[in-house]
Ligand binder design. Structure first.
Ligand code: NAP
Length: 276
């Protein structure tokens, strides 16, 4: 790869950021498509300053991650319809200084789920009420799935349930829901806390579909227990790659090299690139 005076700059902004595999994934995509572009990780607590830098230096696109997905919204010039409805942005496109926000988490999750499950008339329990839960809840409701929300902080969980027009269930009572599909969206069980699991094994029934949107480790404790109980399990890798593929398309206008992106992330997980 040659970096020169024409190289276009992209990145991810969050705090903390050193666990992110977005740089590995997007740089693999740029390389595969032979684009003169590079993608870096920016660790910042200050969203407003970060976006000023993006405008001022002509950074072409930015992924937005924890904890800024909602906080970034007031500083953007425009939101697309989906991110406006969700109230969270994970992607910014810089159109000659005009910053436009999108949410590709929703589409990434939907593609990952539809690849493995027929969603028609399904009942889904979403664990969590943060940015990812909002995006997934919104897109599943649009798709006609019957959604319920469970969350640690009751006020936040109820607020999301109200927004989606669906029931809220306290975390301790999720056993009564008996969903076809359970989607785990909290960081519980993520590296380095491999042994944590937010769902009691009694909740998991044979034939249930269990998706954990964590991709590090690829098989969380929740998925391990679910697999042992005869559930169909889906890890967070496909969602991660598909949300990234949608970002790549928004930034470049090209189809994303999904296989190269998936391989890059898998290799990085194997080599511990997420641990520096
Ligand atoms: P967020 O907005 O900060 O929301 C975090 C959610 O997790 C909240 O509902 C929070 O509950 C809950 N939570 C956090 N720690 C908890 C704990 N110890 N016990 C119980 N609940 C806890 O984060 P986010 O953007 O939604 O992301 C959440 C996770 O999804 C992260 O691990 C992220 O890496 C992953 N993710 C994956 C993808 C992918 O493509 N695979 C995409 C986006 C996000 P409270 O309301 O009680 O605080």
């Amino acid at each position: 790869m040659i970096i020169d005076q024409y190289t276009r700059l992209y990145g991810v902004m969050g705090y903390p950021i050193r666990h992110s595999l977005s740089p590995v994934m997007h740089n693999a995509a740029f390389l595969e498509r032979d684009l003169n572009a590079v993608y870096l990780a920016f660790e910042s607590k200050d969203v407003e300053a970060g976006l000023q830098g993006m405008r001022g230096l002509g950074i072409k696109g930015m992924s937005i991650t924890i904890p800024h997905k909602s906080g970034v919204v007031p500083f953007l010039d425009e939101l697309d319809g989906l991110s406006e409805n969700i109230g969270a942005v994970n992607t910014i496109v810089n159109n000659d200084g005009r910053l436009v926000g999108y949410n590709t988490d929703a589409m990434g999750a939907l593609i990952a789920l539809k690849d493995k499950v027929d969603l028609l008339n399904k009942r889904c329990l979403i664990i969590g009420a943060g940015g990812a839960a909002r995006a997934i809840g919104f897109v599943l409701k649009e798709y006609g799935v019957e959604v319920s929300i469970a969350n640690r902080t009751i006020g936040r969980g109820k607020a999301l349930a109200n927004t989606l027009g669906c029931p809220f269930v306290p975390l301790k009572e999720i056993g009564v829901v008996d969903p076809d599909l359970l989607v785990q969206t909290t960081p519980v069980g993520m590296h380095p806390d491999h042994n944590q699991c937010i769902v009691s094994p009694d909740v998991l029934k044979q034939g249930m579909v269990v998706m954990d949107i964590i991709y590090n480790p690829l098989e969380t404790r929740l998925l391990r227990v679910a697999r042992a109980k005869g559930c169909l399990t889906i890890n967070g890798l496909d969602m991660f790659v598909h949300q990234g593929a949608e970002q790549f398309r928004l930034w470049t206008g090209l189809d994303a090299p999904i296989d190269a992106m998936t391989l890059a992330v898998k290799n990085a997980l194997g080599k511990g690139h997420d641990r520096d």
